[in-house]
Design a protein around this ligand. Sequence first.
Ligand code: INI
Length: 162
Amino acid sequence: MSEHHTLEGTFATPDGARFAIVIGRFNHFITDRLLEGALDALARHGVPKGSVVVAKAPGGYEVPLVVKRFAESGKVDAVVALAAVIRGSTPHFDYVAGELAKGCGAVMHETGVPVLFGVLTTDTIEQAIERAGTKAGNKGFEAAVAAVEMVNLRRAMEAAGY
Ligand code: INI
């Protein structure tokens, strides 16, 4: 039996790859930090500034529509979705977070373009702050790193004939 063949994405700069970042402005105190993290991650992975486009939607509920337009454009290799949905005293959270997750997933599956889910869904503002550049890291940074990995995985799969 021959060795099995593992396909995985590296964190090397994906040459010529273009990235879109879609951010929800709602809770911008948090989402601005997620955007900083995502831009920092792409820059540190060697992605030129000119290969990154950022679009700002009003809130998480609208993010999937903007993600869809980028994914369908054929002009980007991955889309990073960033938003912060923080639970309040009504069921609003569930509608916004549910639509956001469902919408981003649907776009990814319909278009075949990786959509990275850098979305905070937290019970408290403190939990959101912790995940936006303080003690629990920065989920925007992590999502952008995963975008680089997915672009490279896709290229590795293509090169292997899949
Ligand atoms: N949008 C968010 O991104 N996060 C939230 O926590 C949030 N809450 O809690 O209301 C939120 N609401 C706005 C929503 O995304 C839409 O922009 C709005 O309902 C208009 O369609």
